[in-house]
Design a protein around this ligand. Sequence first.
Ligand SMILES: [Zn+2]
Ligand SMILES: [Zn+2]
Length: 147
Amino acid sequence: MSDQGKKTGGCLCGAVRFEVEEPVADFGACHCSMCRKWAGGPLLATHNTPNVKFTGEENLGRYQSSDWAERGFCKVCGSNLFYHLIPDGEYFMMTGAFDDDSGLAMVSQVFIDEKPDGYAFANETQNMTGAEIFAMFAPEGGDDIQS
Ligand SMILES: [Zn+2]
Ligand SMILES: [Zn+2]
């Protein structure tokens, strides 16, 4: 077994460390007001399976920001580490938390309709509005999801 495809990361102070096993090649940006409030700017994150291993979990804080998601951070240094979809367990790891985030390509931008006028990424990406996102992920027959 090789380490090929594994990626490690952690918070600024090192109290929380993590490892993702599947290769991660790209990431997306979220411009929604909640992500910008939490991250202090647009959220940049890779999309991972539930299979993320943490060490130093006693220092890992989890803030539930909606019925379906929580956001992880280091209780010691305050670094933002991930967005976690609770129903299916998927983790969106903050790209800046990886030890080596070179070679990652930005491929998508979501909640593009909530992006403030003051900045714009030059990357060519697939862009989606909040309404398009909720339509894509709304449970079948459900039409009452609120942000
Ligand atoms: Zn820390
Ligand atoms: Zn967001």
